[in-house]
Design a protein around this ligand. Structure first.
Ligand code: PLP
Length: 229
């Protein structure tokens, strides 16, 4: 059994190759940023990935992410908070993360903005519940434009794009449709004048499909680090 820190150079290179191949098949040429999702992975795994050149890291749990950051010497790391945001965590997210990818309601946008500054704005993706799951956080597609509008008016936030997590365990066709719908929404918002440059979608099991449908950022955990603790 290899641990999550062994062969990190090779694992990262293999992942970059898969991303490059997917980009080539998509034929768009758009750059794709890899966010290494390190939730429930030890700090040593992050350190190994950082030493191998990885810079963007994603964490879901604020306390875990902050503790991990504190134990690392990784000055160039860019930390993304991914997934649902509890409003009582907004101050910590603004203080310790460069990106907030789970902004899904006005109250959270306003709270994050209160704890960030225009000089060092928090990079924001609006999370969209594209599969319409009752249990899932994310703004409904029809509400995305208004939330983007609000984020864009807050100087302490910088609107970057949209993020989604399609329904887990859905068949490939449903996942593909969800990514297609996200891509359409993203392009529609851009056409309406929203300055978006990030479409964050695709995880270990489906990042190649997401890239085929216009993802510019993929969030990959287990395919890089192995199973979580
Ligand atoms: C855990 C998580 C990921 C990574 O999932 P893997 O299947 O391990 O690649 C990506 N995005 C979000 C929002 C997550 O919570």
């Amino acid at each position: 059994m290899t641990t999550c820190t062994e062969h990190m150079h090779e694992r990262l290179a293999a992942l970059h190759e898969r991303i490059a191949a997917a980009r080539q098949r998509a034929g768009t040429g758009a750059a794709v940023t890899l966010v290494a999702v390190s939730k429930r992975q030890p700090a040593a795994a992050v350190a190994a990935a950082y030493a191998a050149g990885q810079r963007h890291f994603g964490e879901n749990y604020v306390q875990e992410g902050v503790a991990k950051q504190a134990g690392l010497d990784a000055p160039e790391a860019v930390w993304h908070h991914i997934g649902p945001i509890q409003s009582n965590k907004c101050a910590d997210i603004a203080a310790h993360f460069a990106w907030a990818q789970g902004v899904d309601r006005p109250r959270v946008a306003q709270r994050l903005a209160r704890h960030a500054t225009a000089e060092a704005p928090l990079q924001v993706c609006v999370q969209v519940n594209i599969s319409g799951e009752a249990s899932k956080s994310g703004v409904a597609p029809a509400g995305a434009a208004a939330l983007c509008e609000l984020v864009a008016t807050l100087p302490a936030l910088r609107l970057r794009g949209l993020m989604t997590i399609p329904e887990a365990g859905a068949d490939e066709t449903a996942t593909r449709r969800a990514f297609e719908a996200m891509h359409r929404l993203y392009e529609d918002l851009r056409a309406q004048g929203h300055a978006l440059d990030t479409l964050s979608m695709g995880m270990s099991d489906d990042f190649e499909t997401a890239i085929a449908h216009g993802a510019t950022m993929v969030r990959v955990g287990t395919a890089l680090f192995g199973p979580r603790r």
